[in-house]
Write a protein of this length. Sequence first.
Lengths: 124, 747
Amino acid sequence: MKKYILTLLIAVIGITAFAQKSKSETVVIQTNGVCETCKKTFTENVPFFKGVTDFKYDVATAKMTVTYNPQKTTVAEIRQGVSKLGYNADDVKADPKAREKLPACCKTEKKSGCSPGCSHGHKH
Amino acid sequence: MKKILLLQIALFTAPLLFAQQTLTGTIWEYTDSEEQKPLAGATLQWLGTQSGTNTDLEGKYSLEKVSATNKLIVSYPAYQNDTITVEKDRTILDVFMSSPSMLDAVVVIARRSGAYVSVKPILTTVITTDGLRKAACCNLSESFDNTVAVDVEYADAVSGAKQISMLGLAGVYSQILLENTPYIRLLSNQFGLGFVPGTWMESISISKGIASVTNGYEAITGQINVEYKKPETNTEKLFLNLYGSTSGKGEFNLNSRFNVKENVSTMFLLHTEGQFAKLDMNHDNFRDLPQNYQVNAMNRWDYTVPGKFEGRTMVAYLWEDRIGGTMDYTPGKEFFSDSTWGLNIKTNKLDVITKNGFLLKGHHESIGTILSFNFHDNKSIFGHRTYDAQQLSGYANVLYSNRLGKKERSKITAGASFQIDHLKDHLYGDPREYIYTSPTERMEIVPGVFAEYSYSIDEKLVVMPGIRFDYNSLYDELFWTPRLHIKWMPFKNTSLRLSGGKGYRTSNVIVENTSLLISNREFRFLEDLTPEIAYNTGISLVQSFMMKGGKSSLSLDYYYTGFENQTVVDVDRDPHYVYIANLDGKSNSHSVQAELIMLPFKRFEVVVAYRYNRVWQTNTSGEYASKALMSPHKAVLNLNYSTKFDKWKFNATLQYNSSMRLPDTKDNPVEFRLGSQSPDYFILNAQVTKKFRKLEVYVGGENLLNYKQKNPILSANEPYSEYFDASIIYAPIHGAMGYVGMRWTLK
């Protein structure tokens, strides 16, 4: 019994150590996503861009803080990725096709356009 | 939207009515650092109402949902107020409040934990999608690996059927519901857990002890409710899953949803699986697992008229072909050789379930209807015995719910139900020579009425008595079923629950014991069977506390079940027979469980659980003895860790099963005897999941310690000798197994 528990614990500790990240840089990117829905889209996608290790998004300022490994990606590539999601990223304009597909509330850049239903609802 | 809230509660969660009306969670301060800080004294208030509460010192709150609105205002001095829309099914809501400088930045997160104890008046554990994915394979029977509340065992060494038990008693004494509709019953008892695909499930709720009266007089030891993915709330345009294992099993799953028009949506779900390989790792000439092919398809529709009507309809069809027995057996071919033994089970099953809810005047009054129709056809071969069975069932349940008086305090749910089962079955052939017996046909009609009242004081105390009266046509008897549930929260994080009540059941001996057909035991009915009658009482304590990684909990419970009458299926009296009779003496079960769920740091969860069962019964020889094939002690250690954004997930579960009593085989010749006790053993399962944007890939292993039962089949070389028996199973038959799979989601 003890042996098994110990093995499991060692496995978990090993995994934790393994998860520690190496060299990284951080960039703040100005976007135009103002809803919780936008935030959700970002959270489901940006952390999975190649080389991205951490991500935070502030809906109020529409700014995202991205930590990445400079050996695997560049800020330009990250901005390009955000653009493909349908949002502006600093001076890179949103991909128009992707933006067209966004829910109505995410296309607005005004906070007032953020109806509460939008953050959970479907695109009917 | 506002109106739908109550309707949903009344219709889709009717048996757990009060449960869904409480929202609990923690209000946190949103900081950039890893450390979370709970906000004490934050105010929560339903928009436009006087109904609200404050968080305690640990930032926790518990707030009754109101029918008037689903908009919740969260405020804290010097912080920006926030209005959150609370989805109708949500009972747990954690809110992150941003510091005064960051306006509008409220983050709503669902609870991370894969399983948690809910706030319902009936002790209920909910397994979420996250929890379900810890054991990636394959269906409902594999979903209980991380809990000790439900035991899952192979029923025999040949058919691959898995059976559950709760509180040490067979699964038939609990009730398995699909979205609050009785689902795994009668003929589906045998393989039903395998008919519920893992990828279709959204969540599973496990309630221990006697259930609410709204779903019938059964559910004595517990209730398991499975929720499938719903077109209305699901976000997967397309979901694909592929799975393959080293035991030669493959799976393909697909689901897809569409909006047909506003307020009408539909979803298609498909599950196909095959156990293609023919394996005999223990060289006993029997397949370790049956070859098995299954196709299961469903189409479901959700439709609403906002504020007036809401409905859900599903149609599902299942086909399965299962081939087991000796390696040289080919289905369809007659076999006369002394060493060939075949199992072939062909299943066709059709289910139609429709649930519709109507909101009456005012927001508090509603009517919900549940209608279900099931057709199930089984054609089975067990060696030289043949068992054919066909079931046609219809079920209707109408629930009316309203509050009494002006306050939310008193509520009543009342209604009427109707169950009709037509079961034709035919067991013929003798295990050793051919004997023809005539088929049996049975019609059971059960109309009933019920009422459940609930009185709650600020969610601190909930008292919920219920009663139902049913007429059973089979016995021409009137059953009355009183039940009571009480929940008391003496302190904010402490819940104490009490439950007690009566239950009944009609036993279906052959269907519920098909594993015994995989032996050369003969069935001997000693008398006409009368309804089973049992009482169940229980007490439980749940203490939640805060750890660095989140809300953690300790739960302790004790349940007692006593039978007034039971169908005794006696395998101890003689190894060549099964004796079946009504209980003449005592039969009871005591069950104690302790479970600790800890989140010691972020994204790390540890579950430690232990349960003890003591189950004794007077057998047909008049001896009062412990139940065979039930392990008294069971313990589980479950560790889960995930990296940021769940990019990597690691899950491991270690399960301990103590030694159990085996059915008496001491009258057999020495080579066909098993000891009186089985050895104890450990089971280790582990899985690693890697998440990409749309793709998840997982690799795992089951039974990694490779523990197998030695000699699972007595007299395997001579399956027609009187000693042949494959029904005495206490451990896995196949050893370590690895698997790999992927999920792809398009939102």
